[in-house]
Design a protein around this ligand. Sequence first.
Ligand code: ZN
Length: 489
Amino acid sequence: MKAAELDLVLDRYEPVIGLEVHAQLKTASKIFCGCATTYGAPPNTQVCPVCLGYPGVLPVLNAGAVELAITAALALGCVVHETSLFARKHYFYPDLPKGYQISQFDRPLATGGSLAIVLDDDTEKSIGITRVHLEEDAGKSTHTGSGTLVDFNRCGTPLIEIVSEPDLRSPREAYLYLRCLKQVLEYLEVSDCNMEEGSLRCDANVSLRPVGRSEFGTKTEVKNVNSFRYVEDALMFEIERQAGLLEAGEQVVHETRLWDSGRGEARPMRSKEESHDYRYFPEPDLESLAVDAAMSEGIRSRLPEMPRVRAARLVSEHGLPAYDAEVLTATRALADYYEAAVELFNEPKEVSNWVMGEVLRLANERGQSVRLEPTPQPIAPTDLARLLENKQEGRISGSAAKEVLAIMVDEGGGDPLAIIEDRGLEQISDATALETEIEAVIEAHPDEVEAYRGGKAGLLGFFVGQVMKRTKGQANPELVNKILREKLG
Ligand SMILES: [Zn+2]
């Protein structure tokens, strides 16, 4: 379907989208055994009889995973239930050695929350959260030319599944929701949310209905939308496909489709891969999960400041523009870095300019993220603050400061003053020295001086440029401007 045709179709049909997001919880060990959850370990080295589903073993619930799940549920405004139940979800796949996955079904951990997202026109939209529940992950299959390899390391890694209401109305909204949810989970430090490593995965339910109708159309489920880059593509593909069917007077079949990012299409899963009947039944080896009010309240009281609240505080406390505050609160690590730097050098807007500009740029160049812990990247805030002090005192110009910063990042820190002196980057702020240079420039350009005095004020820039050339860019530009104006009358 051509873009123009698609636009016409979307004038008649409204997409209805709900997302199911799986996030791996950041625990050191698995949900029902003591095996490590380290990413990238050699295959099948982090396994034991429990997570391999040997007969006769008993799962023991990891309290740390429960706490992280409650943290996420509370931050999303859900009601955390005092009693929830684990259930076995049966399906057969080589990466699931037990033949069932321990999940939660009719009595989930938490229900009824919401997440406020900001749309492209800066308006806010609240997306309902149906439920948040705990479950275990399955292993990982890798299909090769000669067969399928199975790694069970991921079996039993704790997950939360966050199910949204079908409140999203476009692929773009789905993307914004996912981005916002990821940011919240990162702030809470409940998950790494690394889509490339599979710690955040997304399935989408999509249907279309004629504009103005309230009943939902038949939905399909698109699985395996595991990269931010593909969320909008995968949903747009499915919307276009469904619109084509409806326009041709055909029916949408309720089915599960698998997104193939290589081919850019969502193909139906073979019926063997797909099972609507999971034969859920209560997990007999685990007690019901009890969360009393005191535990919930304790966790609620420790919830960190959420990104949008923090952005608003940066505006009110530091007088930053809303744009700066939004950029600086993109991750908790970046916001922590900024606030640590402002603490050391109390010029909030100046620090913001440097962090949003050079610091982020240098970090990106090195494939790093800006952070304080465990080691500061790309430069310690103390070093940045010392550099900005030197600039504030007029010892170096803004461009020289950028140069010094790059050197400090390369050398892993260091004394900015030593670098300034070593490389002869010191700014000339001595008026007597500058006067000598300026007089030489005036003497060498009598025609321009006459023209300037005759009214060509724009020539001032020419003289500044000449002085800069003579001083190899080290002259203090403000002072040069001031003295030039005096001398030229
Ligand atoms: Zn294990």
